[in-house]
Design a binder for this molecule. Structure first.
Ligand SMILES: Cc1cc2nc3c(=O)[nH]c(=O)nc-3n(C[C@H](O)[C@H](O)[C@H](O)COP(=O)(O)O)c2cc1C
Length: 435
């Protein structure tokens, strides 16, 4: 019972009605300093400003707000924004908000086991760091910092083809981590071969082929801010950036930002951008990759159940239900809405991940209840890195982990594996037999 439940609005005895002795509880007394001290628990002040603002962040939305104050507007918009009218991005969030849980009563939840097994590997909770390009633009600590946090927390990290660190640098930063490589197929076959070979040699365990980026999405904020390849910064963007001296000093005193894995490709960044994203991407490329890559292979950007069935029948170990966080084709369905059909199409043996819109531990529960094995987060950890570098990413995980664990407990579950459709109101029988 909470403290609030204990407070009664009625006096213990009502002196007017009984005429009896006045209750002690109703009598005034001199203030006792000891009681006030008990009520006010002063925390020692945190002198480090980064630490202080991270401690004050209680939700991913708090981290987002901090990030908007610590990072130049154009950079924040690049992360926060989505394609065209941003309809898909809003739908993603709405789908999670629309979920109503159905808890189970009277199961012990003393010490819930929030870990799970993904692609044959144990991970500490059903969460994977999604690939995000240009991470060192958000914060100079960049991809290697995220990979370190992932390793420390027993979670997989996915490095993007357009990351600002190489596979070798990530391996050095997180030699014992579960490191995955996300492949954007380019229109240069030799380069594709090289990218996959380097990931293999660096000990990466899983390749993620992204298929929803045959051409770049139309992110209007980036065009307006001039954050394009090559950059065409407006005067306003430049002036705004000058308000963030720390960001600039960090940028100017650390190695320049470039597509690290494509550094050796001849030409300017515009030339590199021209080979990126193969608009001719098709099933033959998937067959090529399946033959070339000896380990786990996931296809990212699946929304259509028939596509999911086909890629798994061609040998992919699983799919990532994703609309790229609403950054590619606008007006696609929310990923959560198509998840049950994708799961039904691929069956129980394939791995199904979901991303786009995860900002709360309970979103993870909703995704698992509707058929996912785990989720990926993109912006949630980028807000963390913008708010406080490596420690900010750590804070992202802390927040999501606490929310996820508490959500499980309040649902009456002591294990990740027990989450099922019966925990979504209207979808199943409560107390249905569980495996
Ligand atoms: C700034 C940014 C950069 C991204 N870069 C890539 C990328 O290089 N490759 C890729 O497959 N997905 C990329 N994504 C998409 C993410 O992998 C992921 O699908 C998406 O962020 C999930 O949505 P969420 O941000 O709402 O969690 C990027 C997303 C963001 C926000």
């Amino acid at each position: 019972m909470s403290v609030v439940d204990n407070i009664s609005t009625k006096p213990a005895t009502d002196p007017r009605s009984t005429g009896g002795p006045i209750s002690k509880a109703g009598q005034r007394q001199l203030p006792k300093l000891g009681e006030i001290r008990e009520l006010l628990q002063f925390r020692p002040p945190t002198l480090n400003p980064v630490q202080r603002r991270l401690q004050a962040a209680l939700s991913i939305e708090d981290l987002r707000r901090i990030a908007s104050r610590t990072t130049p507007r154009a950079v924040f918009d690049y992360v926060d924004g989505a394609a065209d009218a941003e309809l898909t991005a809003r739908r993603n969030r709405q789908a999670f908000s629309d979920v109503t849980f159905m808890p189970e009563a009277l199961h012990s939840v003393t010490d819930p086991d929030i870990s799970t097994t993904l692609l044959g590997q144990k991970i500490s909770m059903p969460l994977v760091f999604a690939p995000t390009g240009y991470t060192r633009m958000m914060h100079h600590a960049g991809e290697t910092a995220v990979a370190r946090v992932a390793q420390r927390n027993g979670l997989p990290y996915t490095l993007s083809t357009v990351g600002t660190s190489t596979v070798e640098e990530v391996r050095e930063a997180a030699p014992n981590g579960q490191n995955w490589f996300q492949l954007y197929l380019t229109n240069n076959e030799a380069l594709n071969d090289e990218l996959v070979d380097r990931a293999l040699n660096a000990g990466f365990t899983t390749v993620v082929l992204t298929i929803d980026t045959s051409v770049a999405g139309s992110r209007l904020k980036d065009v307006r801010n001039g954050l394009t390849i090559p950059p065409t910064l407006t005067l306003q963007t430049f002036l705004d950036m000058s308000r963030f001296p720390y960001w600039w000093i960090n940028k100017l005193t650390t190695p320049g930002i470039a597509f690290a894995s494509l550094r050796d490709y001849p030409g300017s960044s515009a030339d590199v951008a021209n080979v990126l994203f193969e608009p001719g991407l098709n099933y033959e490329h998937l067959t090529w990759l399946r033959q070339k890559w000896p380990h786990k292979l996931l296809v990212k950007g699946i929304l259509n159940p028939e596509d999911a069935r086909r890629v798994t029948s061609l040998g992919a170990d699983g799919v990532i239900v994703s609309n790229h966080g609403g950054r590619q084709l606008d007006r696609t369905p929310a990923t959560l809405d198509v998840l049950p059909d994708v799961r039904a199409a691929v069956g129980e043996n394939a791995t199904v991940l979901l991303d786009s819109g995860i900002t709360h531990g309970q979103d993870i529960i909703a995704a698992l209840a509707l058929g996912a094995d785990a989720v990926m987060i993109g912006r949630a950890y980028l807000y963390g890195i913008m708010a406080g570098g490596e420690r900010g990413v750590e804070r992202t995980i802390e927040i999501l982990r606490n929310e996820y664990r508490r959500g499980l407990q309040l649902l009456g579950l002591n294990n990740t594996t027990k989450i099922g459709p019966q925990h979504i109101h209207g979808l199943g029988q409560v107390n249905a037999p569980r495996s």
